[in-house]
Write a protein that binds this ligand. Structure first.
Ligand code: I6G
Length: 666
């Protein structure tokens, strides 16, 4: 056998052992034997570097560090799942499906554990792994191909002959770290004087987002795959068939997955999983229950953020006890004064908790929370810690009810709580704490995304009165920064560069950054679309115009108008523009001919994909829905349109061919 064939034979052997180990969980050889084979391949490739190919198992060791990650747009958005907080809400999910389908029937579900990891998408062209990305904002994720390649459980090539592989295959899954791997990793970190990770999820996320993939290669990352994106060249009738093929192709699929007849079996699956939660080798925070049949999924359709045919059943949060050592007041960017309990640090569901918000005085009174109390703590949805209740039997003598002070802990100004409201607010708009929080929000990742301007720097800038409001950021100089503590000339220069680079931004980032109450990231995007990216028009808007926008209600409309009535806000924004902020128009400025119209695309289209159809409609002010109802204005039907076309005809909804639709657009 020649060297090239010998190398290929070794690769096949190693890939097959990977498959037995990661996918079948049934290894044939010991780790030592595996390492020996691997070393043999490495040596052969070293002696014959011209035979190295990117899909060789030796190419998983990482590559030179990157400056930053590029972006990858998902061909189909990576949605999230709606949550059911208890079994009643799982039943309600089923009832919604039955109502939508219009008849009582037993639905076949397929369920699995919901892993607490990071969702990724893997793309294969003609059977070869070509790229992989994070979920990101659902539309666009970060290109983490080099890091994903280091995960041995991810096949670099499908286990099929190249000619029978799908031309395009997108597979979605969750990258995670097993509990025992996590404990080993943290021990290693300790030994090497490196910071330990708070929980397996943080460790997995931190490892996947390394710019240096040789670090990722050393982290014990696992993956289970569970969903398809685009697949070309092969189709499936049910999710269980797809998962079976996924396993054959070489992807690890969770062995806990079960097909369930009817919602009662799904609920039993959920409850059983919850009782076994702590004995599973990885952390989970719930179960995922999905409709198994793809035609039925199609009929049910998707909402803007989540599919209608699936639900994440959440488990009850895990609880621990701790002692309240102090209650302090914290001031937010809108002046809200929030009491925060300082706890004796305690590990809840894998995360050390030492600060817990008590929300407001009413909440403290309702639960009668006092300094010195022993309390039950949980992480709500396993994320935000909260005090569930006081354990009164353990209350020491001489405790006093806690009363929030009437003056701001930061600036001593009056704190006022309007009648009927639960939130008390510091009345001083120049309160340094408010100013700091507003600036922290302005520079944050999803707002102006200014790297290098962190909490510590902002504290100094506000305390030294170098900035009072966000526009002042744009007139800072290298000289001013270099005079600050822990700020060398070079970092001062870098920070000013980062500030300058942030000036070219988009309408939605800038509007989100302003921190208008009730206008978050999504709201800013809605406004960007409604005002076609025109900020001057937005600054002069009125309640009536705002209320015509879908997703803008009377409260949001009023806060926006009130915001612009305040001259200080107008001046700050105008100053930003004078100091060089430019909002790039990423709107396509097309005639908004489809405002108020809802389209449904069905069947296979010839010149555009259904997603492109959706984009065409949305760019022109319309909506695209997944299912036909009385609210549908047009159905665009391609070849082999099925139940949706039938329903449109029953409801008397106009049906367009693809070319009629394209004529409308022209
Ligand atoms: O976020 C998710 C976790 C697990 C999912 C998901 C899942 O299935 C096991 N499935 C879908 C369809 C989506 N998100 C959108």
């Amino acid at each position: 056998m020649n060297i090239r064939d010998n190398i290929q034979k070794l690769r096949n052997e190693i890939n097959e052992h990977n498959y037995r180990y990661y996918v079948l969980d049934d290894p044939l050889i010991s780790d030592v034997e595996y390492d020996r084979l691997f070393k043999k391949l490495q040596n052969l490739e070293k002696e014959n570097p011209n035979f190295i190919t990117p899909d060789s198992p030796t190419q998983r060791v990482g590559a030179p560090p990157l400056e930053g990650f590029g972006n990858i747009k998902h061909r189909i958005p990576m949605q999230s799942l709606a949550n059911a907080m208890d079994t009643e809400e799982i039943l309600a999910f089923h009832d919604r499906l039955i109502r939508r389908l219009g008849e009582q029937r037993i639905i076949e579900y397929i369920a699995e554990p919901k892993l607490d990891g990071l969702a990724v998408e893997l793309v294969y062209e003609n059977g070869k792994f070509v790229n992989g990305s994070t979920r990101g904002d659902g539309t666009t994720g970060e290109n983490i191909t080099r890091n994903l390649k280091t995960i041995r459980a991810i096949p670099l090539a499908l286990r099929v002959e190249a000619h029978s592989a799908p031309a395009l295959l997108e597979v979605r899954g969750e990258v995670f770290i097993r509990k025992d791997d996590f404990n080993k990793l943290n021990k290693q970190q300790e030994t090497n004087d490196k910071p330990v990770f708070a929980n397996p999820r943080n460790a997995a996320a931190g490892s996947l987002r390394q710019l240096d993939s040789s670090i990722t290669a050393k982290r014990p990352l696992s993956i289970f795959c569970y969903q398809a994106g685009v697949i070309e060249g092969i189709s499936f009738e049910t999710h269980s068939e797809f998962l079976k093929e996924l396993k054959n192709w070489g992807f690890p699929v969770n062995p806990e997955i079960k097909i369930l007849k009817g919602i009662a079996e799904a609920i039993t699956f959920h409850s059983d999983l919850e009782s076994r939660r702590n004995s599973l080798p990885y952390e989970i925070d719930g179960s995922v229950i999905k409709v198994n049949n793809y035609a039925l999924r199609e009929e049910l359709g998707v909402r803007s953020r989540s599919p209608r045919w699936a639900i994440a059943g959440k488990f009850k949060a895990q609880q621990e006890t701790s002692v309240i050592e102090d209650i302090v007041l914290s001031v937010g960017r809108t002046g809200a004064v929030t009491p925060v309990a300082k706890l004796m640090p305690v590990k809840v569901g894998g995360v050390v908790v030492s600060n817990v918000t008590l929300h407001n005085q009413d909440e403290i009174d309702r639960k009668d929370i006092r300094v010195g109390d022993t309390v039950l703590v949980q992480r709500a949805g396993d994320v935000i810690p909260q005090v569930v209740k006081v354990i009164l039997e353990k209350r020491p003598t001489n405790t006093q009810p806690f009363k929030m002070s009437n003056s701001c802990p930061e600036c001593n100004h009056d704190v006022f709580r309007p009648e009927g409201e639960v939130v008390a607010r510091c009345q001083n708009l120049s309160c340094p704490a408010q100013v700091k929080r507003r600036i922290e929000h302005f520079v944050s990742k999803n707002a102006m995304d200014i790297d290098g301007v962190g909490e510590k720097l902002i504290d100094q800038l506000v305390e030294k009165k170098l900035i009072n409001s966000v526009d002042d950021l744009f007139s800072l100089t290298v000289h001013q920064l270099s005079e600050l503590e822990r700020m060398a000339e070079k970092s001062a220069e870098n920070t000013i560069n980062a500030i300058n680079n942030s000036k070219t931004t988009t309408f939605h980032r800038f509007v989100h950054a302003l921190g208008i109450r009730n206008v978050g990231e999504h709201g800013a995007k809605v406004l960007e679309k409604a005002f076609a990216g025109n900020i001057e028009k937005f600054m002069k808007t009125n309640i009536e115009d705002l209320e015509t926008i879908d997703e803008v209600g009377p409260i949001v409309a009023e806060t926006i108008v009130t915001f612009w009535l305040d001259e200080t806000n107008v001046n700050i924004v105008n100053n930003c523009f004078e100091l060089g902020v430019v909002l790039e128009n990423n709107q396509k400025n097309l005639d908004q001919i489809f405002i108020g119209k809802t389209f449904v695309f069905t069947g296979s289209l010839e010149t555009i994909t259904r997603n492109e159809g959706k984009e065409i409609v949305e760019d022109r002010g319309g909506r695209s829905a997944g299912s036909v109802s009385s609210k549908t204005d047009y159905v665009v039907a391609g070849e082999n349109a099925g139940s949706k076309l039938k329903k449109a005809e029953e409801l008397g909804i106009p049906v367009l061919t693809e070319s009629e639709f394209m004529d409308l657009v022209k």
